[in-house]
Design a protein around this ligand. Structure first.
Ligand code: ATP
Ligand code: MG
Length: 164
């Protein structure tokens, strides 16, 4: 793993279908614990929600994953509950009012447009950036700076290549 600007950069992954993106999320899910933060970055339609659907499935959450674009946060129950944020419509600074402390006390937190989270919430996050390529190709880059983020990055690196 290489380090850039204090961040450790993990393995790159590529998917070629929405199903493969969901499988990637499901593969990472068992590594998640209450209090973890996963930041998802990438343009509209990159596959962030689809990746979250995989996380929820991998955590055994029974409910269907939908974008929480209007509600800002959806919560999925399970042994490790998942709090799913979408910060697309949030104004800078407004994320402080989301009650992140309470969410992180009871759930693993995954945030679409998570680069809009306050910096203290990103410090120990696993940061996954999705770049759309030709057609259904999506390239995933992962990095982390410290703490649980680095542990999740190690789990990410240990995933089987989903290049499917
Ligand atoms: N490899 C892939 N991975 C994920 N989604 C894919 C892939 N190839 C095609 N798709 C399609 O791209 C779309 C991804 O939608 P999704 O809602 O997950 O994106 P998003 O990043 O959450 O967008 P938004 O920023 O609007 O929330 C879906 O229609 C999905 O079927
Ligand atoms: Mg989405």
């Amino acid at each position: 793993m290489s380090r850039i600007d204090g961040a450790t950069v993990g393995a790159e992954r590529r998917t070629r279908s929405a199903e493969a993106t969901e499988a990637l999320g499901a593969g990472l899910a068992p590594a998640l614990r209450v209090g973890d933060v996963v930041v998802l970055s990438g343009p509209l339609g990159a596959g962030k929600t689809r990746f979250v659907a995989g996380l929820a499935r991998g955590l055994g959450a029974p409910s269907r994953v939908r974008s929480p674009a209007f509600t800002l946060v959806n919560e999925y129950g399970g042994p490790v509950p998942l709090a799913h944020l979408d910060l697309y419509r949030i104004d800078p600074g407004e994320a402080h009012g989301l009650g992140l402390d309470e969410l992180a006390a009871r759930a693993a937190v995954v945030a679409e447009w998570g680069e809009r989270l306050p910096s203290e919430w990103r410090a120990e996050a696993l940061v996954i950036t999705i770049a759309p390529g030709d057609g259904d190709t999506r390239d995933f880059a992962a990095c982390a700076e410290r703490g649980r983020g680095l542990e999740l990055l190690a789990a990410w690196n240990a995933l089987g290549a989903e290049d499917a």
